[in-house]
Write a protein that binds this ligand. Structure first.
Ligand code: HEM
Ligand code: HEM
Length: 183
C-alpha cells in the first residue's frame, strides 16, 4: 500500500531504528560468541537468546503496522530496477528478521537445549529432539546470518546514497521526516 505522507509512520520509524540497533548487536554478539571459548561465552549466549526472541516479537508487531499504514512512494525519477531492488531487499530484510530467530529457537529445540530467556522464563521446544535436524539448522543459522549481514551492508549503502548523493528525501522518510508532514 502506498502512503500519502512522504514519511513512514512515526511508530514504524522508531521501531526501525530500535530494531536496527538490536539486529546489529545480535550479529556482533553472535560472531563474538562463536569466536570465544572463554568465560564470556555463557554471558553472550544468555544475551543472544532473549534479544533474538525480542526481535521476533517486534517484527510480528511491526509487519501488521507496516501493512496497515503503507510506505511513502519512492521518488518518481528512481529507475524501475532500483525501485524493484528496494522492494525486494525490504522483503528479504523482513524475512531474515522472522527466519533467523525461528531457526535459532528451532535449532536449540532440536538439539535438546533449553531456550532460556530469563532465570524464570524458558520457552517450550518448537521442534522434536533430533540431532540431524540440529546439524542442518545450526548450519542454516550461520548461512542466513551471513546473508543478512551482506543485505544490511547493501541496505546501508543504498540509504547513504539516497541521503548523501541523490538527496531525494528517502533517508529523511525513515529519520526525522519532512517538515511539512510533521504533526
Ligand atoms: C535476528 C536474530 C538473530 C541473529 C542476527 C543471530 C545471529 C547469530 C550469529 C551471527 C551467530 C554466529 C554465527 C554462527 O552461527 O556461527 C549466531 C549463533 C548462534 N545463535 Fe543466533 N542469531 C539470532 C537469533 C537467535 C535466537 C533467537 C537464538 C536462540 C533462541 C539463537 C541462538 C544461537 C546459537 C545457539 C548460536 C551458536 C552458538 C554456538 O554454536 O556456540 N540465535 N547467531
Ligand atoms: C541494521 C539493520 C537494519 C534493518 C534490519 C533494516 C530494515 C529495514 C526494512 C525492513 C525497511 C523497509 C521498511 C518498510 O517498508 O517497512 C527499511 C527501510 C529503510 N531503512 Fe533500514 N534497516 C536497517 C538499518 C538501516 C540503516 C543503518 C539505515 C541508514 C543509514 C537505514 C535506512 C533505511 C531507510 C532510509 C529506509 C526507507 C527506504 C525506502 O523507503 O526505500 N536502515 N529498513
Amino acid at each position: 500500500m502506498s502512503r500519502r505522507s512522504p514519511d513512514f509512520h512515526p511508530v514504524l520509524r522508531a521501531v526501525h531504528w530500535l530494531m536496527a540497533a538490536m539486529v546489529l548487536a545480535m550479529l556482533f554478539i553472535g560472531v563474538g560468541m562463536v569466536s570465544t571459548t572463554g568465560p564470556l561465552y555463557p554471558a553472550l549466549l544468555a544475551l543472544h537468546r532473549p534479544l533474538g526472541i525480542s526481535i521476533l516479537l517486534l517484527v510480528l508487531i511491526r509487519l501488521p503496522l507496516r501493512l496497515a499504514t503503507g510506505a511513502p512512494a519512492l521518488p518518481a525519477d528512481l529507475p524501475r530496477m532500483q525501485k524493484l531492488a528496494a522492494k525486494a531487499s525490504h522483503v528479504l530484510l523482513y524475512a531474515s528478521m522472522v527466519t533467523l530467530p525461528l531457526v535459532g529457537w528451532g535449532m536449540l529445540s532440536a538439539g535438546g537445549y533449553p531456550v532460556q530467556l530469563t532465570k524464570a522464563l524458558i520457552l517450550p521446544p518448537i521442534l522434536p529432539h533430533d540431532l540431524r535436524l540440529y546439524a542442518v539448522l545450526r548450519a542454516m543459522h550461520t548461512v542466513v546470518a551471513l546473508l543478512f549481514f551482506a543485505l544490511i551492508l547493501a541496505h546501508l549503502a543504498a540509504a547513504l546514497a539516497h541521503g548523501l548523493i541523490r538527496r531525494d528525501g528517502v533517508l529523511r522518510s525513515m529519520t526525522a521526516g519532512h517538515p511539512a508532514s510533521r504533526p
